[in-house]
Design a binder for this molecule. Structure first.
Ligand SMILES: [Ca+2]
Length: 290
């Protein structure tokens, strides 16, 4: 038996294809052995066919692999209908949104920092103003001690009212009716300490206002002629107008050294007595109307 030509020049996978015992063309050879020339022609044709087949097979294999990849890709896309371009675009969109949110948060944070700094400056300014106001208030209290009477401190807070505690308000005026009996000068000193003075009676109406007290007891009023005998002056230095005087009948009689005036029973009228006598007193000051 002759050795096939292809088997001598072929390698690898083609060896099996050309094995004489398994050669599919061996049958052809067996059925076409009429002549040696014909046999050679057939063998040459077989060799050419195998060569062409060997050249085509790699490309055919590549094509098959490519088709398989395409088919697998299509099957994958069909198997994931909700994840086509969205699977690529959505992460990009989400990343872009997150970046925008981050930038906005950064801007908000910068704005809050700016506002916080401004608030801190405002707070410091208010602290400075408050300290200045406290110093001004302390100076006012020193200059006007009666402020404590009108606006006493209660639980570290000043609460102001028209008249000091224990005083009586009549319209825009405050009156204080003492309970202690002192001399005219001592009584006036007490009034001055409270930011007031002994009462200056400017009308009968005002006299009537204090009468509920002066009808029952003797009260010093702010009238005297201690500087010039017979010249009666109020404590603010204004002279007594004769037509507004409310002297009791027969007064002032200047009995002895009577240079201080009081108002009292039985008729609520005035009389002059010694300033060293002891009596109650009426203090008067303006109401604090805010
Ligand atoms: Ca008298």
């Amino acid at each position: 038996m002759e050795t096939p030509t292809v088997s001598n020049t072929s390698e690898g996978i083609y060896i099996g294809l050309v094995s004489p015992d398994q050669d599919v063309y061996s049958t052809v050879g067996q059925t076409s052995h009429n002549s040696p020339g014909a046999q050679n022609t057939e063998r040459s044709g077989q060799s050419s066919f195998l060569k062409r087949l060997a050249a085509v097979c790699p490309w055919l294999l590549c094509a098959l692999l490519l088709n398989a990849a395409v088919v697998l890709g299509v099957l994958y896309m069909r198997a994931s209908p909700n994840c086509s371009m969205r699977c690529v675009e959505e992460p990009r969109a989400n990343s872009s949104t997150l970046n925008e949110d981050k930038d906005q948060l950064q801007r908000d944070n910068n704005s809050l920092i700016t506002q916080n700094n401004q608030l801190q400056r405002d707070y410091n300014s208010l602290i400075t103003q408050n300290n200045q106001l406290q110093r001004d208030l302390d100076a006012v209290v020193v200059k006007f001690p009666s402020l404590d009477h009108y606006c006493p401190l209660r639980s570290q807070k000043r609460v102001c009212r028209p008249c000091p505690e224990g005083w009586e308000q009549r319209n825009s005026t405050c009156y204080y009716f003492s309970t202690e009996r002192k001399s005219w000068n001592a009584s006036r000193s007490d009034c001055l300490k409270q930011g007031a003075d002994l009462v200056i009676i400017e009308s009968e109406e005002e006299q009537e206002l204090i009468s509920k007290h002066t009808r029952e007891s003797y009260y010093w009023i702010g009238l005297s002629d201690s500087e010039t005998e017979g010249i009666w002056l109020w404590v603010d230095g204004t002279p007594l107008q004769e037509d507004k005087a409310l002297w009791r009948k027969g007064q002032p009689d200047d009995h002895g050294s009577e240079v201080c005036a009081y108002a009292g029973p039985p008729d609520n009228k005035w009389a002059d007595v010694s300033c060293d006598e002891h009596g109650k007193s009426v203090c008067k000051t303006d109401a604090l109307l805010l």
